[in-house]
Design a protein around this ligand. Structure first.
Ligand code: 8YV
Length: 318
């Protein structure tokens, strides 16, 4: 009999879905309207869970799956999974470590360039037919902010932080970072205090895991970043006090923001919709065909290995 899998969030690669169907009985929880009834019916026989990094799985749901052996996160962040509870129950939690590093770093730089150079605003300007009507070329568009040479502050010098640093260095940007401790294998300047890092940076890029700190970017940090400073977030929305961020952007207390993640996705503060100083993305940093395929392959391997009694690659619970 095929092992039963509970799928909490969709996978967009047909080949991966076909492989899952071939190997497992896939219970699509995310498509159910009456989720409690679905769990009552199937909970006892579920051996594996597939979920997204942002979706995770609640402790209450895990508690209703008495035969659960593995939670395969189709993403790198495991902050939405109670790892201590999983460990206590002997449930393996896996993440697609390494699969999405380059894409997330690419998007961080993409957002930085988009915000600083006003790419989306300029795109709207051209599409709306305003260009030929301007008295002088580009008259309504303010001059942009140069990206090359900007002082970049990276929050979280893990895999993604390092990949961002590599890219920023190619733009001639001096790089500083903060983390729980200095990393002796990176050449960049460690700044222990986040406020100090913000003060020393033209752009602060968030690449930290969100299980060790919530709302670390608050009004004080934004004030330290200052009216010429930019915030880029490709990590998790909850790292930021969103109310403080919206207030800072509305008041011009910072220059702009590039955001791929939000506190309560898919809800985005409406105050940001009309703000030309922000570029908004619907949590898409890893959403390329190549990376999502690689992630899907790792999810399949996590399930297969666990059911074969092996420790899967990317296991974070030991
Ligand atoms: C994914 C993520 O969008 O890796 C993560 O932690 O949040 C994202 O890359 C998500 O996990 C896709 O399901």
């Amino acid at each position: 009999m095929k092992p039963e899998i509970l799928q909490l969030s969709p996978i967009l690669i047909p080949e991966i879905n076909a492989r899952l169907e071939e190997l497992f009985t896939v219970r699509r929880y995310f498509q159910q309207t009456d989720k409690p009834a679905y769990i009552k019916e199937h909970g006892a026989t579920i051996r594996g869970v597939i979920t997204g990094g942002h979706t995770g799985i609640s402790q209450a749901l895990m508690a209703q799956l008495p035969n659960l052996e593995v939670v395969a996160v189709n993403g790198v962040g495991t902050d939405a999974v109670d790892l201590a509870y999983a460990r206590d129950r002997g449930i393996r939690v896996t993440a697609t470590i390494g699969a999405l590093t380059e894409d997330v770093a690419d998007l961080a730089i993409g957002l930085l360039i988009s915000v600083c150079r006003g790419l989306c605003t300029s795109d709207r300007y051209v599409r709306s037919g305003q260009w030929p009507q301007s008295p002088t070329p580009l008259a309504p568009l303010p001059l942009a902010r140069q990206v090359s040479g900007m002082r970049i502050g990276i929050v979280g010098m893990g895999r993604v932080g390092r990949a961002i640093a590599t890219r920023a260095a190619a733009f001639g940007c001096p790089i500083s970072y903060t983390d729980l401790q200095p990393m002796n294998d990176v050449p960049h300047t460690f700044v222990a205090d986040l406020k100090q890092l913000a003060r020393d940076s033209d752009a602060l890029i968030l690449a930290a895991a969100a299980d060790k700190g919530e709302a670390i970017i608050d009004a004080q940090v934004l004030q330290a970043l200052g009216k010429d400073g930019y915030l880029i977030n490709v990590a998790r929305g909850k790292l930021v006090n969103e109310t403080d961020l919206v207030a800072a952007l509305s008041a011009g207390a910072i220059a702009g923001a590039g955001l791929d993640v939000f506190v309560d996705e898919p809800t985005v503060p409406e105050a940001l919709f009309a703000n030309e100083q922000v570029v908004l993305q619907p949590h898409r940093a890893s959403a390329t065909l190549q990376t999502r395929t690689r992630m899907g392959e790792m999810v399949v391997a996590s399930l297969v290995d666990t059911f074969a009694g092996k420790v899967p690659v990317g296991c974070v619970t030991g």
